[in-house]
Design a protein around this ligand. Structure first.
Ligand SMILES: [Zn+2]
Length: 301
């Protein structure tokens, strides 16, 4: 009997040890990429650098076959990760990969939808619910309403028309539309983003949870003339989903202003930590942009 007690105590100590090591471990993250109408060879490296340079994340890559190639062996093990970051816009995944991804999300998995990932898979119902809003690839009123900020609330507009467009790239101000979310805590109500696209006229189920930031798509720059939702969480069961429409990839890692923007990087880091754990332990950095001043972290740290 005594011996059993001893074994029990040893086991408890062992479990505690495992737990404390696990608690300090970086967040196990999978970045899914490999096809995109964007410069994914730049964007996925920038994302990996931003996440890993923070010391909070350990990143693995799932790089798909190239467009038109056999996708049947592309079966990332989502369930092995606390966080999945999607930088993918391309050929359909195999059905079992779709199922594994939906299962991962439904079980409460952490997801970050980054920029053109919301263009992907226009006909995959669950995927569009996981994104809440998407664009291009034939999206129209059948995809769901337009969603934009009007009269101090999120308006859902069923007017017919294509989903997804953007004006010419420029610097623009983001304005917060909610308070109290861990990702937003301590961040300014307005901040100036470096040169980027401003996605507008997006459509989808529009199951936006917390709308964090919008920006105004100027008509004279080819935009919608609306205050567009660009950063938000998605309401989807138990899942924590952070949707970040910012960050159009540049030509090289050195010429990549939208992703070199400190505001983009800090939101990616805070949104990723929240999606993985439900908390944000990061302090607001002193170099965060202000309403009038852009800030860069050109080396992604
Ligand atoms: Zn883009």
């Amino acid at each position: 009997m005594k011996q059993f007690k001893k074994i029990g105590l040893l086991l408890a100590a062992f479990m505690l040890g495992i737990f404390s090591v696990w608690a300090q471990k970086p967040i196990k993250t999978l970045v899914v990429t490999g096809q995109n109408n964007h410069n994914w060879p730049v964007s996925h490296i920038a994302i990996q650098k931003i996440l890993e340079n923070s010391g909070l994340f350990q990143v693995d890559l799932a790089i798909s076959p190239q467009k038109g190639e056999d996708m049947s062996a592309f079966t990332p093990d989502f369930s092995a990760y606390q966080l999945v970051v999607l930088d993918y816009n391309g050929d359909p995944w195999p059905e079992k990969t779709n199922q594994a991804f939906v299962e991962y999300v439904k079980k409460g998995g952490g997801v970050v939808i980054y920029h053109a990932a919301n263009n992907s898979f226009p006909n995959w119902k669950e995927y569009n619910e996981i994104c809440a809003l998407g664009g291009w690839e034939g999206r129209d009123e059948k995809s769901g309403p337009y969603a934009y900020w009007e009269n101090n609330q999120l308006k859902k507009d069923m007017t017919a028309g294509p989903g997804g467009s953007h004006g010419s790239q420029r610097e623009y101000v983001l304005t917060t539309r909610s308070q109290g979310h861990p990702v937003l805590k301590g961040l300014p109500e307005q901040w100036m983003h470096a040169q980027d696209e401003l996605y507008d006229r997006m459509r989808g189920p529009a199951n936006i949870g917390t709308l964090m930031y919008t920006a105004f798509a100027l008509k004279d720059k080819g935009g919608s003339g609306r205050e567009e939702p660009l950063v938000f969480t998605v309401d989807y069961g138990k899942a924590r989903i952070f949707h970040l429409m910012l960050g159009h990839a540049g030509e090289t890692l050195e010429n990549n202003p939208a992703m070199q923007c400190t505001g983009f990087q800090v939101l990616l880091l805070r949104g990723s930590e929240w999606a993985a754990t439900g908390k944000v332990t990061q302090k607001v950095p002193a170099d965060f942009p202000t309403a009038t001043k852009i800030s860069y972290r050109k080396d992604y740290k």
